[in-house]
Design a protein around this ligand. Structure first.
Ligand code: ME8
Length: 683
C-alpha cells in the first residue's frame, strides 16, 4: 500500500477534508452543524496557510430509512431528497461553511463510481454471494451481533432491532483484519483522538465478520452491477462519496486523493476506520491520512441530541437568533476537541458577552477610538516594539495546537493574547497619558496585536475577522503574519462588533439581535442587585397538596440540571391541572426554608391579577433551566439570597411584561410576561 496518504501535507501542497454525509430523513440538527463547523475551521485554516484546500460535505440519500421517510411524506424518494437537499445546503450557507463541493449520493456521478468500486472488489475476488441473518437497526442502517445489542436493542438508538434474513453479497472484511490492525498500530495519527484509536484496536482483537454489502428488500439505492434484484448496501454506497465527488465534474482525484482528514462523529467510527480502509485497500486506493472523531453534542441532561428523544435544537434557529459566527465560536471554543459536550444557550450568551463583547469587542473599540482621537486615525511603524505583544509566537502556538487537532486550546491561546493586550492597555492607560510618543508606541503595539488577532480569528469567525481587519485598515485574513513593526495603520471606526443584547432577539431576525448598545466602560454591571438573583425557567412536573397547609401546593419543579421541591401559595388560585406541565420562573437561589414542616427550595414568581387571583409569570417557550435576564446586567448569581435581598430588586408589571426598573426580563424565547395590571408587584 502506498504511504503517500500518510505524509503530512507539504507547505504549498494540498489539503482534502470531508465531513460525514448526512441522512436527510429529517431536518439538520446541532450535531450536523457542529461537524461542519469543525471541518470548516480546519479547511479555512489550511487555506489560509496557502494549501490548495478542498472541503467536501453532502447527503447520504439512499436506503430504507429515506425510502420510509418519503413514503410517510407521501412523495417519491427522489422528490423527498431534492427538497431536503435545499435545507441542508441552506445550513451550510447560514454557517458560512466554505465547502468546495456538495455531493448527493443520488447523483449520477456518484452512482457511477459506487458501482465501479463494487465491481472492482468483485474482480479482486473479495465479494461473494451468500445468505445473511442478523439484527438490523434501520436508524443506523447497520447490523448488530448479539454481543453488541444492549438488552436486545440497538446500542445507539435504544430501539428494538429487526431480524433480517436475506440473500446478500458479502465483502471479505474478515480477511483484512490483520492488515488494518497493523495499519492502525503503525500510524498513530490515523485515528484522532487516541481513546477512539484504542477502542477500535480492542474491537479488532475480536472476530471481524465479513460484511453484507447488498440488500434486496427495497429498491431505493444503486443497483448491484449485474444483479438488479439487489441494491448496494447504503454504507458501502455512502463511503464511496469521498472519491466519487472528486471524479466529476472535474477530475480532482490526482490532486486531492487521499483525503487528509475525514471528520466524523463517534457513532460511525468503525465504518470509517475499518470498513472504508479495507474497501480502499482491496480496490488499490491509498488510505486517508486521518479520521478525526468528534464527540457528541449533548442536551443539558447529558443525553445525545436525537429526534427520537425530542431534545433536538434547531441550528438554523440558533444561528439566526444569535448570529452564525457566535454559534461557530461557541462550538469551537466551548466543546473540547474529540469529546462530548453539553449545549447550553445560556453559556453561549455568557461567552458572547464575556469573551466576545468584553474581551475582543472592547479591545478593538478602545484602540480604534484612541487612534482616531489622538492620531487622526493613522499610525506608522516606528518607535520601540513590545516583544510581549508580538503576535508571531501566538500564531506558532495556535498552529501547533491546530496541527494536533486541539482547536479549542488554540482558541484559548488566542484569548489569552487578547486579554494580555487589554491588560497592557489598562496598564499604559493612553487615555490618561499626555506624552504623545508614549501613546503612539502603546497604540501601535496594540494595533500590531490586533493584526495577529484578526488573522487567527479568521478560520473561526471569518466575517468578524474581516471586520476587525477593516477597522484597523489592513487586508482581511493575511496568510502568515508579516514581521512585527512593518505595517502602517489607518483606522476606520465602525459600530461595536458585539453589542450587548439589549432585548430578546426577534425570532427569525437575521444576524445579531437588533437593539443593542455599546458598554465599553462605566460602572461594573455586577454590582446591581438584580445580578444576585438566579432566576431560572422551571417545568412543574408534579403538584401535590401540602399536608399541613390549606394554601400551599408542594410542587416538583424540573430546573434542567436538577429537580426541586418548592412550596407555593397557589392552592386557592389554581387547580393542580392548571399547574402541571406548566413552565414558570423560579427564584432558584432563595435560601431553603421549612414551610409548615416541608423544606421548600426556591420560589415561583407570581403576581396578583385584577380578579384577586394569583398568576405565575410566564416564560413562554424558553428552555427548561435557562436563566432569565435583564439586558446590561450580568454576573454570577449569589449562592443564596434572602427574601430581604430579593426585595431590593423590585419587579413589576408593565404592559403585560415583567420589568426591573424600566427593563424587561427576558429569555432566548422572548420577554417574560403575565396577565396582570400595570404596577402589580411580582414576588
Ligand atoms: O451517520 N452530536 O448520517 P447522520 C455530534 N449518513 N455529532 C452528531 C450527533 C450529535 N448529537 N448526531 C449525529 C450518518 N452526529 C451517515 C454518514 S458518511 C459516509 C455517512 C454526526 O446524519 C454523526 O456522528 O446520522 C455523523 O458524523 C454526522 O453527524 C451525520 O450523521
Amino acid at each position: 500500500m502506498s504511504s503517500k496518504g500518510n505524509d503530512p501535507p507539504a507547505p504549498g501542497g494540498k489539503f482534502y477534508i470531508t465531513t460525514a454525509i448526512d441522512y436527510p430523513n429529517s431536518v439538520p440538527h446541532l450535531g450536523h452543524a457542529y461537524e461542519k463547523t469543525v471541518a470548516d475551521f480546519y479547511a479555512r485554516w489550511h487555506r489560509q496557510q496557502g494549501l490548495d484546500t478542498h472541503l467536501l460535505t453532502g447527503l447520504d440519500e439512499h436506503g430504507e430509512k429515506i425510502q420510509e421517510a418519503a413514503e410517510k411524506a407521501g412523495t417519491t424518494p427522489q422528490a423527498f431528497v431534492d427538497d431536503q437537499a435545499k435545507v441542508f445546503r441552506a445550513l451550510c450557507q447560514e454557517l458560512e461553511i466554505s465547502n468546495d463541493d456538495f455531493i448527493r449520493t443520488s447523483e449520477p456521478r456518484h452512482h457511477r463510481f459506487a458501482a465501479e468500486l463494487f465491481a472492482r472488489l468483485q474482480a479482486r475476488g473479495d465479494v461473494y454471494f451468500g445468505n445473511y441473518e442478523g439484527d438490523y437497526c434501520i436508524s443506523c442502517e447497520s447490523f448488530y451481533t448479539d454481543s453488541q445489542l444492549q438488552d436486545g436493542k440497538c446500542p445507539i438508538h435504544g430501539r428494538p432491532t429487526e431480524r433480517v434474513k436475506e440473500e446478500s453479497y458479502f465483502f471479505r472484511l474478515g480477511k483484512y483484519r490483520p492488515w488494518i490492525q497493523e495499519h492502525i498500530r503503525s500510524h498513530p495519527e490515523f485515528i484522532y483522538p487516541e481513546e477512539r484509536r484504542n477502542e477500535i484496536l480492542s474491537r479488532l482483537d475480536e472476530e471481524v465478520r465479513d460484511l453484507s454489502i447488498s440488500r434486496c428488500t427495497f429498491n431505493w439505492g444503486i443497483p448491484v452491477p449485474g444483479d438488479s434484484r439487489h441494491v448496494i448496501y447504503v454504507w458501502f454506497d455512502a463511503l464511496s462519496n469521498y472519491i466519487s465527488a472528486l471524479l466529476s465534474p472535474r477530475n480532482l482525484y490526482e490532486r486531492f486523493w487521499p483525503a487528509d482528514v475525514h471528520v466524523i462523529g463517534k457513532d460511525i467510527i468503525w465504518f470509517h476506520t475499518v470498513i472504508w480502509p479495507c474497501i480502499l485497500h482491496s480496490a488499490g486506493h491509498p488510505l486517508p491520512r486521518q479520521v478525526y472523531v468528534h464527540g457528541f453534542i449533548l442536551d443539558r441532561e447529558g443525553r445525545k441530541m436525537a429526534k427520537h428523544l425530542g431534545n433536538v435544537v434547531d441550528p438554523l434557529e440558533v444561528a439566526r437568533r444569535h448570529g452564525p459566527e457566535v454559534l461557530r465560536y461557541y462550538f469551537l471554543r466551548a466543546f473540547a476537541s474529540g469529546l462530548d459536550g453539553k449545549f447550553s444557550l445560556e453559556e453561549l450568551i455568557e461567552r458572547y458577552h464575556g469573551e466576545l463583547g468584553n474581551d475582543l469587542g472592547n479591545l478593538i473599540l478602545r484602540v480604534v477610538k484612541l487612534v482616531e482621537s489622538k492620531f487622526a486615525g493613522c499610525l506608522a511603524p516606528g518607535g520601540a516594539v513590545e516583544a510581549d505583544l508580538d503576535p508571531l509566537p501566538v500564531e506558532e502556538e495556535y498552529a501547533r495546537l491546530v496541527e494536533r487537532r486541539e482547536h479549542h486550546r488554540a482558541l484559548e491561546a488566542l484569548w489569552a493574547f487578547i486579554r494580555k493586550t487589554n491588560a497592557y492597555l489598562n496598564e499604559r492607560a493612553p487615555w490618561k497619558e499626555s506624552d504623545s510618543r508614549a501613546n503612539a508606541r502603546t497604540l501601535y503595539n496594540a494595533l500590531e496585536a490586533l493584526r495577529g488577532i484578526a488573522s487567527l480569528l479568521a478560520p473561526v469567525m471569518p466575517r468578524t475577522a474581516a471586520a476587525v481587519a477593516e477597522q484597523i485598515g489592513i487586508p482581511p485574513a493575511p496568510g502568515s503574519l508579516a514581521a512585527f513593526g512593518q505595517t502602517a495603520y489607518r483606522v476606520v471606526r465602525k459600530g461595536p462588533l458585539f453589542p450587548r443584547l439589549e432585548a430578546p432577539p426577534a425570532a427569525g431576525a437575521g444576524g445579531l439581535p437588533p437593539a443593542a448598545h455599546p458598554q465599553p466602560s462605566g460602572p461594573p454591571a455586577e454590582s446591581d442587585p438584580f445580578s444576585w438573583l438566579d432566576l431560572r425557567v422551571g417545568l412543574i412536573e408534579e403538584v401535590k397538596e401540602h399536608p399541613n397547609a390549606d394554601s400551599l401546593y408542594v410542587l416538583t419543579v424540573n430546573l434542567g440540571s436538577e429537580r426541586r421541591t418548592v412550596c407555593a401559595g397557589l392552592r386557592k388560585h389554581l387547580q393542580p391541572q392548571e399547574l402541571e406541565r406548566r413552565k414558570v420562573v423560579v427564584l432558584a437561589n432563595l435560601k431553603p426554608a421549612k414551610l409548615r414542616g416541608l423544606e421548600s427550595r426556591g420560589m415561583i414568581l407570581a403576581t396578583d391579577r385584577r380578579d384577586g387571583k394569583v398568576a405565575p409569570v410566564d416564560p413562554g417557550q424558553a428552555a427548561v433551566g435557562e436563566r432569565v435576564q435583564v439586558s446590561g446586567i450580568a454576573g454570577p448569581a449569589k449562592p443564596a439570597i434572602t427574601l430581604k435581598d430579593f426585595e431590593k430588586t423590585p419587579l413589576r408589571m408593565k404592559g403585560g411584561r415583567v420589568v426591573y426598573g424600566e427593563k424587561p426580563l427576558w429569555t432566548s424565547a422572548g420577554e417574560v410576561g403575565c396577565e396582570a395590571a400595570d404596577g402589580a408587584t411580582v414576588r
